[in-house]
Design a protein around this ligand. Structure first.
Ligand code: F0G
Length: 435
């Protein structure tokens, strides 16, 4: 056997078959992760193969996920893979954002360039491949919007039926629209993300539907490709920091695992530090880590944030996230609604743009440099997780001074850019623009 599942709980570590339909350890309930026999892996040869694939027109070589498939060899053959040419997302320099964040230089890795506009595509192509390998015909997820958009697209492209469960009225229209357009059966539930996850677990079990939330270990495997591609694009030079937003904490778990494996395989020579940023109104992991594990993990019952993508009070992957933060000597920060909104407008003004949750990165960086945790000259990559068009309503409200925090307090648009209504009159418009 070249691949297997293992329980993440250090007190258990049960070993399980790679093709078992499991989301948690049957012995202790712990999280699961995929493991591989990497003895034949040769770093220098692999780096060359991955570069060569960039010039190859085969669909799997063109995918910024499957190009790196030797890092997650859970498929005996690639027949079940559905690719929409995910990954291939750029590294973008952003001097204005760097200055705002208190840095000399800042690079964004923009996952919003993915086929459905978020980083979820990196993991979903892997999760859907496993679903097809297992012969499942139906897949389901609960989502704050991006997972559902991604799952709908990949499942439909692969001939599976997608079933989506979302918190009623609490996801952006851009994301809901994608789910409908990609043909998912969509259920809007009057409950929050955490409650719906419990519901979907029951339904998946009862109806034999394959669950594709980020507790699914194969999604985490696909999401590792974000940091693998990042290192490849940087010619394997490791940054000092990788900064990302945290919601359900699947992505930081994937980044940490990918980085540790790259180091063990000799692809990189050190680990970067990971910094996770949560929205202040939805920050159970921040609270927990601030107490240094002295108190048990406490879920937040009523998480609140306008960054609906990360409005999660009971993140399932927190034990993995804690391990990866501690292993990389990382940190957890939180940002207020005002801080996220202004950081988002700054990223927009760089000509880059992102959705609200993604902007938590720059808001967090600004705080971490001010506190002296990140130094001005350090090499920082921030991961923008979603596309600017995911949530246009938020943008319009911000720039026109109508955005309000969940508690009703106004958000002051420090970087507001209000549209101007003008008469059809060249003289008047000339006067307004100025000569
Ligand atoms: N950024 C965006 C744009 C997201 O959609 C999410 C999560 C995150 C950050 C947080 O990532 O959960 O791995 O810590 N969205 C999920 C969803 C929960 O359902 O689309 P995480």
């Amino acid at each position: 056997m070249n691949s297997w599942l293992v329980c993440f709980n250090p007190a258990c570590r049960a070993r399980l078959g790679i093709d078992e339909v499991l989301y948690n350890c049957p012995h202790c309930g712990g999280l699961l992760e995929a493991r591989y026999d990497f003895t034949a892996f040769e770093a220098t040869a692999m780096k060359r193969t991955w570069r060569e694939r960039r010039m190859d027109n085969a669909p799997l070589s063109q995918s910024g996920v499957w190009r790196y498939r030797e890092m997650f060899p859970f498929l005996a053959d690639t027949g079940p893979v559905v690719t929409l040419r995910e990954g291939n997302t750029p590294l973008l320099q952003a001097p204005r954002a760097a200055a705002y964040g208190g840095l000399a230089n800042l690079t964004f890795k923009h996952q919003g360039f993915n086929p459905t506009g978020s980083f979820k595509d990196n993991g979903m192509t892997a999760g859907v491949a496993q679903a097809r390998k297992l012969g499942m015909s139906r897949v389901a997820c609960v989502s704050t919007g991006n997972t559902s958009a991604s799952m709908a697209a990949y499942a439909s492209a692969g001939g599976l039926d997608p079933y989506i469960f979302i918190p009623n009225g609490n996801i952006s229209y851009g994301k809901l629209a994608q789910a409908l357009e990609y043909g998912a059966k969509t259920f809007q539930v009057d409950a929050n993300f955490d409650q719906i996850l419990a519901l979907v677990r029951v339904l998946a079990e009862r109806l034999g539907i394959y669950l594709l939330n980020s507790i699914n270990p194969f999604r985490i495997e696909g999401q590792k490709s974000i940091v693998i591609e990042m290192m490849d694009q940087r010619d394997w030079a490791v940054p000092d920091w990788i900064v990302l937003p945290g919601g359900n904490l699947g992505n930081v778990s994937a980044f940490g695992k990918g980085l540790r494996e790259m180091k063990a395989l000799g692809l990189i020579d050190k680990l970067p530090r990971l910094a996770v940023v949560q929205a202040a109104g939805s920050s159970p992991f921040y609270e927990y880590m601030a107490e240094k594990g002295l108190t048990p993990f406490r879920a937040q019952e009523h998480p609140e944030t306008l960054a609906t993508a990360i409005k999660i009070g009971d993140p399932v992957s927190w034990p993995k996230a804690q391990f990866e933060i501690e292993t990389t000597n990382g940190v957890v920060e939180r940002a207020t609604e005002q801080e996220i909104a202004d950081a988002k407008a700054v990223i927009g003004k760089c000509g880059i743009g992102c959705e609200p949750a993604s902007a938590a990165t720059l808001a967090g960086i600004r705080k971490l440099t001010a506190a002296g945790v990140i130094a001005h000259g350090e090499d920082v990559v921030a991961v923008l997780t979603g596309n600017v068009l995911k949530d246009p309503d938020y943008i319009y409200r911000y720039h026109t001074g109508q955005l309000q925090a969940p508690d009703g307090s106004p958000i002051h648009p420090a970087f507001g850019n209000k549209p101007v209504t003008v008469p059809n009159d060249a003289d008047r418009i000339t006067e307004l623009i100025g000569s």
